[in-house]
Design a protein around this ligand. Structure first.
Ligand code: SF4
Ligand code: SF4
Length: 436
């Protein structure tokens, strides 16, 4: 029997918990009464405000200008008025300036005119990806135009689309693949044209067999040169390093990038955004977000304007069915806990989870069981690193490759002593960097 591809080192198998929202088609959120559109919703330098208090804005209009090499433009999600610019705190604890926009009662119709991407060369396509504010929608929010700018001394032969969505609960990518599959595949072909990749592969885990069948059927009937690859379920397969090992059997060496092994990876939601940018000339001002978890009354997959407050998403889902222990932005393994329902969503917000109280486990000392070592997909020694970090020996931790840690949480997930290992890694990386 043929082996189902996956990555080789470490990984865990959390229950996928996608049952809450997987059967819910994407619904558009009714227009909120106010949006908080932040200037820092991508990796890199915040954008520079192009509008001021009292200015009118149009949907899709650029309102923030990228301010560095790694930065991205920000666009208005609505026709409306800038009530003010004020500080907001995002779910990832970043505090930054945001436009407070009051939408008009009348909004423009959705763009319907289409443009042929095949007649444009890769430089034209790349310029539009930059101009329309596309960033990685899987959570990393790396500006797409930077990722797709291939240096002259490098070449790329493989473009790998991440359709894995291996974090429990999340179903936004799943719904995009089912409902916008053709568009997402065309977006993948556009991205491959920009970077000059001949081979396009989309990796999807086997808990989404319907997506594998659906996208395979589209690719076959339309003659798209795309391989749809079913992957064994294993977390964190959505990470670039694990996904490239699983799909094209290449390893990224420590400190290197996918580009160094001739590959570029992008999330399937990003491919859909690229399609909309190039074919509809639509900037990235809205996204699909899963609002789910045990405590959500009616879990949904929602197409919401960037800047929507969590309170508006919760209201659209009928509020809480029971009191959650915590709200999480993103997935439960790598997402961020936050408290305020005034928090706005940003380009990287793939999920909003309201999680039920968990049985409190008592933390004990490390029993040297080695489970964290076996689970680490990077091959690190989490127990040793943790010991260095709690003893303030950051240099030792750095020498033992702490900076290679992906903060995936596999070590914490398996630790029978319930040690906050991933929290320790995050702190160690932050303090270790400062000490350098
Ligand atoms: S959080 Fe870091 S140390 Fe822990 S398993 Fe993931 S990569 Fe390894
Ligand atoms: S899994 Fe926990 S108890 Fe086991 S070796 Fe790692 S840190 Fe120690």
């Amino acid at each position: 029997m043929q082996k189902v591809p996956t990555f080789s080192k470490g990984g865990v198998h959390p229950s996928d918990k996608k049952v809450f929202s997987r059967s819910q088609p994407i619904e558009r959120l009714p227009m909120p009464s106010e949006l908080l559109v932040s200037l820092s919703q991508h990796l890199g330098a915040p954008a520079k405000a192009l509008k001021a208090k009292g200015d009118t804005v149009k949907r899709g209009e650029k309102i923030g200008q990228a301010s560095g090499f790694i930065s991205a433009d920000v666009h208005s999600p609505v026709n409306g008025i800038v009530k003010e610019i004020r500080k907001v705190t995002l779910a990832n604890s970043v505090t930054c300036d945001a436009f407070v926009i009051v939408p008009d009662t009348e909004q423009d119709a959705e763009p319907t005119e289409t443009f042929d991407w095949k007649t444009q060369d890769s430089a034209q396509l790349l310029a539009q990806v930059k101009d329309l504010g596309i960033v990685g929608l899987g959570g990393a929010t790396f500006p797409a135009h930077v990722k797709f700018s291939i240096p002259a001394d490098k070449s790329v032969d493989a473009f790998v689309v991440n359709g894995v969505e291996c974090e429990p609960y999340l179903t936004a990518d799943y719904r995009i693949m089912l409902e916008k599959g053709d568009e997402a595949l065309q977006g993948a072909m556009i991205a491959a044209k920009i970077i000059g990749a001949k081979r396009i592969i989309i990796g999807i885990e086997l808990n989404k067999v319907d997506c594998i069948e659906h996208l395979s059927a589209i690719a076959q009937s339309k003659g798209y040169p795309i391989e749809v690859m079913g992957l064994k379920m294993k977390y964190p397969q959505g990470d670039e390093k694990q996904l490239l090992k699983a799909t094209i059997n290449r390893e990224i060496p420590s400190g290197k990038l996918p580009l160094d092994i001739g590959a570029v990876v992008a999330n399937v939601g990003t491919c859909y955004a690229i399609y909309e940018a190039i074919v509809l000339h639509k900037s990235l001002y809205e996204r699909v977000i899963s609002v789910t978890g045990e405590c959500i009354a009616q879990p949904k997959n929602i197409l919401a304007p960037i800047g929507t407050k969590v309170s508006d998403l919760l209201a659209f889902c009928g509020g809480f069915s029971s009191e959650p222990e915590k709200l999480v932005s993103g997935g439960p393994m790598m997402g961020f806990s936050f408290f305020s329902e005034d928090t706005p969503i940003a380009k990287g917000s793939s999920g909003l989870l309201a999680l039920a109280p968990q049985k409190k486990e008592r933390t004990t000392v490390c029993i040297n069981c080695g489970r964290c070592v076996a689970a680490c997909p990077i091959g690190l020694m989490p127990s040793h690193l943790y010991r260095y970090i709690i003893n303030g020996q950051y240099e030792n931790a750095m020498q033992h490759s702490l900076m290679d840690c992906k903060e995936c949480g596999c070590c914490s997930y398996v630790c029978p002593a319930h040690l906050p290992l991933v929290h320790g890694m995050k702190t160690g990386k932050k303090l270790g960097r400062k000490k350098k």
